[in-house]
Design a protein around this ligand. Sequence first.
Ligand code: CTP
Length: 211
Amino acid sequence: MRFLITAGPTREPIDPVRYLSNRSSGKMGYAIAEAAIEAGHEVILISGPVNVDRPRGAAVIPISTSDEMFRAVHQQVRNCDVLVMCAAVADYKPAKISKSKIKKRVENMSLELAPTRDILASLPKDRQYLVVGFAAETENVEANARKKLQEKNCDVVVANDVSRDDFGMESDKNEVTILFCDGEKKKISRAPKKIVARELVKYLKMFAENV
Ligand code: CTP
């Protein structure tokens, strides 16, 4: 199968030297890319700026902003069998990017933010590929993830508790619950992200073969 995987954070520029971003390390998305290659699948990886070694055998498309990720996903998605949206795409970007460096002043300052486009929600409902979203949650993890499964019209959502210190964001370990649109649910208990990724790829292949 052909996997299209997004990974890492996006950076939303404020001025030539500053940006808004998040703590995503890219480790989970890169581990999924590696696991998919190991299992004999083709992989295209659309990656935000990260410090992780490039998976051998994957075609990597580097992006920085949410708009660049939006365009790259739409360009590539028609040629894939499974899209895995593991990236932590920014929900907001500065309403205006300053061309020159914003100077320091003594008063408070505020930054006007505009919503970014939601990539998952922008995908057509009538499609030939499987869509897998990730839900990064700090409370009511499963209920919130189930809501995203429906509202973003995903086939599968991977519920990820990002409130913990012992797994999740930035960690080498993770623990996830996979929610399928047919009501099926699978939990992968705390393990190295490489192991979680292998299990996830196996479940996705099985699910894709049965839809
Ligand atoms: N996502 C996306 N486009 C965005 C923001 C998020 O496609 N502009 C995708 C992410 O890649 C992930 C899923 O939507 O697969 C859920 O992202 P998450 O950050 O958990 O949720 P949000 O949609 O941002 O909602 P909230 O922050 O309110 O939980």
